[in-house]
Design a protein around this ligand. Structure first.
Ligand SMILES: N[C@@H](CCC(=O)N[C@@H](CS)C(=O)NCC(=O)O)C(=O)O
Length: 224
């Protein structure tokens, strides 16, 4: 019998990307909470699993995989019949494009904002970084929002891992921006909200709770 996969996670963080993917695939898995607030990610036993001291980590038999986007791709490719990655090469290339777009163009400015508003000790925070990152984020989210005009899903007509990863990132952005962005992003965020809504709509109520609770403690959980 195949062993259950194990997901090391902390609810309000990027772990959610891996959790949603497992749930969307209907895979039974064991959840191991790594409480970042309590510093469990810095304990030697966890550092043996991920020397970077970060969540999520997926363990599947002898595979130990870090990086949330690598995890969602691995899972989607392990269960190709579920359709979370398209079989068509060009559509798949578009999924990869948006995964990378989320991890580089969207997520990095959000990280910069979080670091310079919440995570770094107060004396190391640079207000100028926040304005620059905010501008970078606005420009890039506008690209996604333009792409989403008239579409329900980022690529094709069914949900893919690009939707799961981008929806999490946009939800995180709503949280970060509520604290640090000026109104224009929020006013222009209709498409983002629709994408988040599409993904949310796919989730059972138990999963929706995970979604809506993530903003509450995410900032405490993501300490870089
Ligand atoms: N690029 C990594 C980032 C992982 C990451 O930074 N995780 C945060 C939670 S959102 C974490 O574990 N932070 C603990 C720390 O940095 O001390 C991924 O996408 O998996």
């Amino acid at each position: 019998m195949e062993k259950r996969m194990r997901l090391y996670e902390f609810a309000p963080t990027r772990s959610i990307r891996a959790r949603w993917t497992l749930q969307e695939l209907g895979v039974d898995f064991e959840s191991v909470t790594v409480n970042l607030v309590a510093g469990e990610h810095r304990r030697p036993e966890f550092l043996k699993i991920n020397p970077a001291g970060r969540v999520p980590v997926l363990v599947d038999d002898d595979l130990v995989l870090t990086e949330s986007v690598a995890i969602v791709l691995y899972l989607a490719e392990k269960y190709p019949h579920k359709g979370l990655v398209p079989t068509d090469l060009k559509q798949r290339a578009q999924v990869n494009r948006w995964l990378l777009f989320a991890a580089t163009e969207l997520e990095q400015p959000l990280w910069r904002i979080s670091r310079h508003t919440v995570l770094y000790p107060a004396h190391l925070r640079l207000p100028a970084e926040v304005s620059l990152a905010r501008q970078d984020f606005r420009e890039m989210v506008a690209v996604l929002e333009e792409h989403m005009q008239g579409r329900q899903f980022i690529v094709g007509t069914t949900v893919t891992v690009a939707d799961l990863v981008c929806a999490y990132t946009l939800d995180w952005a709503a949280d970060v921006c509520a604290a640090a962005c000026a109104p224009p992003h929020r006013r222009g965020a209709r498409q983002s909200q629709r994408l988040i809504g599409s993904v949310r709509g796919r989730l059972a109520s138990e999963r929706q709770q995970v979604f809506s609770s993530c903003s509450v403690s995410r900032r405490r959980g993501c300490s870089a």
